[in-house]
Design a protein. Structure first.
Length: 662
């Protein structure tokens, strides 16, 4: 290079400034700047060279170049672009890194400078344009010489993708205080914003999950202040929004007894956590609420204690239910042990009863055994063997079929004495077992009363029978003498009187017969009677009699008289009866037994009168007696036929007083 420049200078060609290195005597290097010019020296062409040492300047320039290169690299690595805004020209100046960030080159953008309006149209996200414009105006008009701004906004790349950028700039003013430019950097923070948005979304999802759970989640700091919670806490404590609770001290604001908070913390500190710890909180309106808390200590990432967190559940209703259950159990225990009847709970097996599981105090007093002794026994130990053989098979079958039974039996006391009992037993599941609950009543007094009544009734019946027999004999004598007197041919006046005497005698005879029949009512205990068997015993010559009822009813033994009177009434008053049919069907009120014929029927105004005592043209007591017999066991009889189409009697048997048989 040096030789070439000298040759050019000798030729008279102008050469530029040159920079070159020169080696000093100490072998160190210096940089010089020089320029040669043509001249004459001793009449010969020569080159005059002027040089100066620029070593210091070159070192500074090299350092600046290095720093610039490093700054550019740092901006590239940090994904930051540099910009300047010239207020006078209203133009932006961007560096290469800025254009790289927005996805184009300076050449593609038309140069490094860009009018502000083009920048706004080309790069600024529409929703952020107004804010950017306001920021530029603020920077231009501010009176603060040290004004600087930091914000976030969005830009659009040519391919339509949107970037988030963090912007920082500061202003520069002239001597008059006017803003002449501002400059700064843009950094691509899209990844960070996406991470933030994902974090916000994740937190929101987490919060949504918290808000959806019925149990309450909470976190408090070391001072006991709430710093995080689920929305369910606001519902529990009667607040409108979470913001009303955040920052409040749990012990001071919500604990019904603030000392409970200290006890809870002591328990957590000692054990590390608590489970199902019961405590009472105070709602906003002051009313108490009982909770069951499960809590533990939480820690910061650096290992320092952060506070307490956990969850709890409102168990107020549960506690009320438990209290009510305890009260009910106490009440039932009092009823159980103070009942006037003995109560036994015992295991049940297909073959019969097992051991007693529970007995009340009355059972202990009634049998003379201790409660501990009875709980090792079963009904086989206290029911006489002959009674058990007679009663238990039928009872077991009924329990298996119906689930309940009422029957009479007997118990043997510890002292060996036997007394009669009435038992009402119901089967159900208890503690995973099939059990019988038996309520047992000592009926010794009732049996004595029944025997007394029976003896009394026998005496009354005997006396009544003797008296009725004697009266009947006297009536027969009276009627006999009346007949004899009428055979003598008395005058008409006397004959009329004798006829009335005879009629009165016949009436007395019918009333005596009714008294005999009525006397039998209630003399014997009601029982189960099959309708088909009752109908089969009836005789109705010349009339077709049918029965389709497969039921048994619980009635007085004189139930057969009811059907006899109905059939006899049909024959006597139906006039043209050729068929009598008996049927039955279940009804909401019970079982309806229908007895109908094809005779003339009953006029509407007589449907009730036919059941009155003394009404009719025969004995006058048939249907009255039928109604009385049925009423003993709560059975009702009514006439519902249509006059002219036959009589129709409905016998309504209450629920529980009938059953169907195969």
């Amino acid at each position: 290079m040096v030789r070439s420049n000298i040759e050019n200078d000798l030729k008279g060609e102008k050469t530029p400034h040159v920079e070159l290195r020169m080696l000093q005597l100490d072998e160190t290097t210096v940089t010089i700047e020089g320029r040669g010019v043509q001249t004459l020296y001793q009449g010969k062409p020569a080159v005059q060279v002027a040089i100066r040492d620029i070593t210091g300047r070159k070192e500074a320039e090299d350092m600046i170049h290095l720093l610039s290169r490093k700054d550019k690299e740092a901006l590239r690595i940090a994904r930051m672009g540099h910009f300047e805004f010239d207020v006078a020209t209203q133009t932006f100046l961007f560096n290469d890194q800025y254009y790289a960030m927005v996805g184009m080159t300076a050449e593609e953008a038309g140069g490094y400078r860009m009018p502000a309006q083009d920048f706004a149209k080309r790069f600024v996200y529409p929703d952020d344009a107004h804010f950017v414009e306001e920021t530029i105006r603020e920077a231009i008009n501010t009176q603060d010489p040290d004004f600087q701004k930091q914000f976030e906004s969005r830009i659009i790349r040519p391919d339509g993708t949107v970037l988030w950028v963090g912007v920082w700039f500061r202003i520069e003013k002239d001597a008059r205080g006017n803003t002449i430019r501002f400059y700064g950097v843009n950094q691509d923070i899209t990844d960070r914003k996406q991470a933030e948005q994902e974090l916000v979304a994740a937190y929101q999802e987490y919060q949504n999950l918290l808000d959806q759970i019925q149990d309450v989640y909470y976190r408090s700091d070391t001072e006991g202040r709430l710093i995080r919670l689920s929305r369910s806490l606001t519902d529990l404590l009667g607040y409108r929004d979470v913001s009303e609770l955040l920052g409040k001290n749990i012990a001071e604001e919500f604990y019904l007894n603030p000392d409970d908070r200290a006890k809870l913390l002591e328990e957590i500190t000692r054990k590390g956590k608590v489970t199902n710890y019961e405590v009472q909180l105070r709602r906003k309106d002051g009313t108490p609420v009982t909770i069951s808390a499960s809590s533990h200590i939480w820690y910061h990432p650096d290992g320092t204690r952060g506070g307490v967190e956990g969850n709890f559940r409102d168990i107020t209703d549960q506690k009320r239910a438990e209290d009510a259950l305890r009260e009910n159990e106490l009440l039932l225990r009092e009823i159980f042990n103070n009942a006037n009847d003995a109560i036994f709970l015992l295991e049940r097996y297909p073959a019969g009863p097992g051991k007693y599981l529970m007995v009340n105090d009355k059972a202990v007093r009634m049998l003379g055994y201790s409660k501990e002794e009875l709980l090792t026994m079963s009904p086989r130990d206290i029911v006489p063997e002959d009674v058990a053989r007679k009663v238990m098979p039928a009872v077991i079958q009924k329990l298996l079929r119906d689930g309940h039974a009422t029957f009479e039996s007997a118990h043997r006391r510890k002292d060996g004495s036997i007394y009669p009992i009435e038992v009402s037993t119901h089967t159900f599941r208890y503690g995973g077992k099939d059990v019988d609950l038996s309520i047992v009543r000592d009926i010794s007094e009732r049996k004595r009363s029944e025997r007394f009544i029976q003896e009394t009734n026998k005496k009354i019946s005997l006396l009544s029978g003797i008296t009725r027999h004697d009266v009947a004999n006297q009536v027969s004598i009276l009627k006999g003498y009346t007949k004899l007197a009428m055979m003598k041919g008395p005058d008409p006046a006397v004959a009329g009187l004798l006829e009335k005497i005879d009629t009165a005698g016949s009436t007395i005879a019918r009333q005596i017969e009714f008294a005999r029949e009525y006397q039998e009512l209630g003399m014997h205990a009601p029982g189960w009677h099959r309708i088909r068997d009752i109908i089969a015993q009836q005789k109705t010559e010349g009339i077709s009699l049918s029965c389709t009822c497969d039921a048994e009813i619980f009635a007085d033994p004189m139930i057969a008289e009811v059907f006899f009177n109905l059939f006899d009434n049909a024959v006597r008053h139906g006039k043209r009866v050729t068929e009598i049919a008996v049927s039955c069907q279940p009804d909401p009120d019970g079982l309806v037994i229908v007895v109908r014929d094809d005779g003339v029927g009953v006029p509407p105004d007589l449907k009730e009168r036919i059941f009155e005592k003394g009404y009719g043209t025969h004995t006058g007591f048939g249907l009255f007696l039928a109604r009385e017999i049925l009423a003993i066991t709560g059975i009702i009889i009514v006439e519902t036929g249509t006059h002219g189409k036959g009589a129709r009697f409905e016998i309504i048997v209450p629920k529980g007083m009938y059953r169907f048989v195969e």
